[in-house]
Ligand binder design. Structure first.
Ligand code: PLP
Length: 401
């Protein structure tokens, strides 16, 4: 089929996405990322300052002057691009420095950088496992972990979300060589945490390894922000962590696999996105080093985020909204219907609040929601203003009384 005929096929798919109310439209931001942003929507509309409740900028570091300064320094001292993969001529001293810093921050032996956490997750399983081995995955793991699992030949077991009995049953029956349990630390769509203490207990009992994706935890979950493993006091019982620098840790780009020495060595020998994709930009490397220094020196930002999170969850619950239960800065307000989620989000936007509707395929059909995310870049006044609009619009759509 040539493009001339394929065009009709593509058009009918696009039409059905639109008809189901699932078509996503992008808003155009004309300012740095922050607690408020200047947005144009549609593209030719005038600019408008709105409160941002949907960034992964948990710690407010995405446009922090010290981080921007550190990126400038990287640009000046090490140039713009590497024009090479790591193993040819793309490893600078700062890449290795960042790997050491990340290992120290996460409490792991060593770290291997990737262009993104998506790449890290796509890489990690294929580089380690064979058909003799087995994976035990939570049903709700991130799309990139699912893709990574698809790329490897190990046996696959998927347990119902956070169902420890089912996980135990699967582990007890398995005769695989290496057993690897795979979970998100904080689940991005629901904002709940994996039961990491129980997962580590099961791993001990059945001699399995544990991999946790900490993309929505690194920097702010746990007393000093090391992640879910710190929160559950299992810092030395997790074997492999994958995480991103594209969320709380400055929000630019980049990710990593951190863990046991041999695991990291194998990444650098075998991981295809490591071997065949360009090294991280030096400015990102120096800025991420700075982020880890800032976070190691003080928990002020993560503490502010925690206060915001408690307040926001309490006030929305009091107002009568149906929230997914949890205790992380991801606070999903359940609306169930995709069209309602779109309309709610548009009304919020008109009222100066930026919070996007989530619906199929990023969440299951019939589970549409507005996902709000807190940030240390927000102030209490921002939350109060946003809350008043949520209540007004919630009443308008008969979501609350
Ligand atoms: C965002 C996210 C990723 C992808 O991270 P990038 O660095 O943006 O590719 C991977 N896993 C989880 C759980 C995420 O939330």
């Amino acid at each position: 089929m040539s493009y001339k005929s394929a065009k009709a096929v593509f058009e009918s798919v696009i039409d059905s996405i639109k008809q189901e109310g699932l078509f996503k439209e992008e808003r155009f931001i004309a300012s740095p990322q922050g607690g408020t942003v200047a947005v144009r929507f549609p593209e030719d509309a005038p600019e408008k300052r709105i409160i941002n409740l949907c960034a992964n900028n948990y710690l407010g570091l995405s446009s922090h002057p010290d981080i921007v300064q550190a990126a400038h320094e990287g640009l000046e001292s090490r140039g713009y691009g590497m024009s090479s993969v790591r193993f040819i001529c793309g490893t600078q001293d700062i890449h290795r420095q960042l790997e050491r810093k990340v290992s120290e921050f996460l409490g792991m032996e060593d770290t291997c950088l990737f262009a993104s956490c998506f790449d890290a997750n796509a890489a990690v399983f294929e580089a380690l496992l064979t058909p003799e081995d087995a994976l035990f995955c939570d049903k709700l793991i991130h799309a990139s972990l699912i893709d990574g699992v698809r790329l490897c030949k190990a046996q696959r077991n998927v347990y119902t979300h956070s169902d420890m009995n089912e996980l135990e049953e699967m582990l007890s029956k398995s005769t695989a060589r290496i057993k690897l349990i795979v979970t998100d630390g904080v689940f991005s769509m629901d904002g709940d945490m994996a039961k990491l203490d129980q997962i580590c207990d099961l791993a001990d009992k059945y001699e399995a390894m544990v991999l946790v994706d900490e993309s929505h935890s690194s920097g702010f979950i746990g007393k000093t922000g090391r992640g879910t493993h710190e929160h559950f006091n299992v810092m030395n019982r997790v074997d492999i962590i994958t995480t991103t620098f594209g969320k709380a840790l400055g929000g630019a780009t980049g990710g990593c696999v951190s863990g046991k020495k041999e695991v990291v060595t194998l990444m650098k020998q075998r991981a295809r996105p490591y071997l065949f994709s360009n090294s991280l930009m030096p400015a990102v490397v120096t800025a991420t080093i700075k982020v880890l220094d800032v976070l190691s020196a003080s928990t002020e930002r993560r503490d502010k985020l925690e206060t915001h999170t408690k307040y926001w969850r309490e006030e929305l619950t009091k107002a009568g909204f149906d929230l997914k239960p949890g205790n992380t800065p991801i606070v999903p307000i359940m609306l169930y219907d995709a069209n309602l989620a779109q309309a709610f989000s548009r009304d919020l936007y008109d009222a100066g609040v930026f919070a996007v509707g989530f619906f199929y395929p990023v969440v299951p059909k019939g589970e549409a929601r507005i996902r709000t995310q807190l940030s240390a870049a927000l102030e209490k006044e921002d939350l109060d203003k946003a809350l008043a609009e949520f209540i007004r619009i919630g009443k308008k759509h008969n979501v609350i009384k």
